[in-house]
Design a binder for this molecule. Structure first.
Ligand SMILES: Cc1ncc(COP(=O)(O)O)c(C=O)c1O
Length: 363
């Protein structure tokens, strides 16, 4: 009806169609108030209900206990590479110890910031094989004195995800930008979970931080106000003007998820979508997945033909057939299909059929 394409972008990414429809209906007059959410004061009663409702829904969908704060921030997941060490790495003069597992570009970026704000220790790395796997981790590899352990739970660019919790004693800080709400996680096993919204939560401009309150409370007292988690926690994320419209869109995405059975239900759909894709890739004579075994992501699936010219031909043919944004990240090349919560199963099936027919024409 709307002539929409299948958008396999890694982010900003596809949004659920019912969410876009609802937002468009509420654009000019939000629920009888006579203005758009964009035009509303963030101190108004109507907006208070939106932001509180979003937090309550996220808490219920992810079973977030009361001893965790939920913050709606700006600055992207990238700002968390600074805010988290500023708040959580202890020690005088930036001497706090932080463990980090290197699994790709987003942990490299986090490491760069850690070098400025703490004393990082690389626990393990998968760089030897272009980050195509999650390194196997043992308890003895971690520093028992680290303030926390930084991991990227789902590596958007390389298509890997942690198959299990790292065996460490210290609090785990997980970048879940590209997998939040894609399958159940036990929040109590983490010290902090953060995510940019633009993949599974809503539009860009909003970052969610879920943090154990006791960790946040131990932050140094001289932090800049806006970079102190306590500022945002004690003001219900309303210390200054939050990204009001992005939070509203996020609340609609959360409602959509709740109405479709919640995280367990979407996880079943996500596994089916990923299985369909990997099954095809594993059997294909033309396309090859770059990740094998238990490290495979169910959100981002990179694949190659092994021939750059053929890759480019495939991407162009797919674009013309309505399958958009399949080009791999500029640092790895090839192709990548990002199949977030909002990508319908039908989109994955149709892409696989298209790949099959492309293969038959070329092999
Ligand atoms: C896993 C992961 N972490 C961090 C980022 C950076 O997020 P932002 O652009 O919101 O700063 C991204 C962006 O794609 C990502 O995929």
């Amino acid at each position: 009806m709307y002539d929409r394409v299948y958008n396999f972008s890694s982010g900003p990414a596809v949004m659920p169609e019912p969410v876009l429809e609802k937002a468009s209906k509420e654009m000019l007059n939000y629920r009888g108030i006579g203005m758009s959410v964009m035009e509303m004061s963030h101190r108004s009663k109507a907006y208070d209900e939106i932001i509180k409702g979003a937090e309550a829904l996220l808490r219920s969908l992810m079973n977030i206990p009361d001893d965790y704060a939920v913050l709606f921030l700006q600055g992207g997941a990238s700002l968390q590479f600074d805010m988290i060490p500023m708040n959580l790495a202890k020690g005088e003069g930036r001497t706090g110890k932080v463990d980090i597992v290197m699994t790709g570009m987003w942990t490299k970026r986090a490491l760069n910031e850690l070098k400025k704000l703490a004393v990082p220790h690389i626990v393990a790395s998968s760089e030897d094989k272009t980050f195509t796997y999650i390194p196997s981790l043992e308890a003895g590899m971690f520093d028992p004195e680290a303030d926390y352990v930084h991991v990227c739970w789902n590596n958007t660019i390389y298509g890997t995800r942690y198959p299990e919790l790292p065996p460490c004693e210290r609090p785990i800080v997980a970048d879940m930008s590209s997998c939040i709400l894609s399958e159940p996680v036990d929040v109590t096993k983490f010290g902090c979970i953060f995510a940019g919204a633009q993949k599974n939560l809503g539009p860009a401009g909003l970052t969610i931080v879920i943090i154990r309150k006791d960790l946040m409370e131990g932050a140094p007292d001289d932090l800049p106000t806006m970079l102190d988690f306590r500022t945002h926690a004690s003001n219900g994320s309303l210390y200054n003007t939050p990204p009001t419209y992005a939070i509203y869109m996020c609340s609609l995405v959360l409602e959509w998820l709740r109405d479709n059975g919640g995280v367990e239900a979407i996880a079943r759909v996500n596994r089916r979508k990923a299985d369909t894709f990997y099954k095809f890739l594993d059997a294909s004579r033309m396309f090859r997945p770059t990740v094998t075994g238990t490290s495979r992501s169910i959100m981002n699936i990179p694949f190659v033909t092994g021939d750059n010219v053929l890759d480019a031909e495939f991407i162009a043919a797919a674009e013309s057939a309505g399958f958009k944004n399949l080009k791999g990240h500029r640092s790895v090349g090839g192709m990548r299909a990002s199949i977030y919560n909002a990508m319908p199963e039908e989109g994955v099936q149709k892409l696989v059929e298209f790949m099959d027919s492309f293969e038959k024409k070329h092999v």
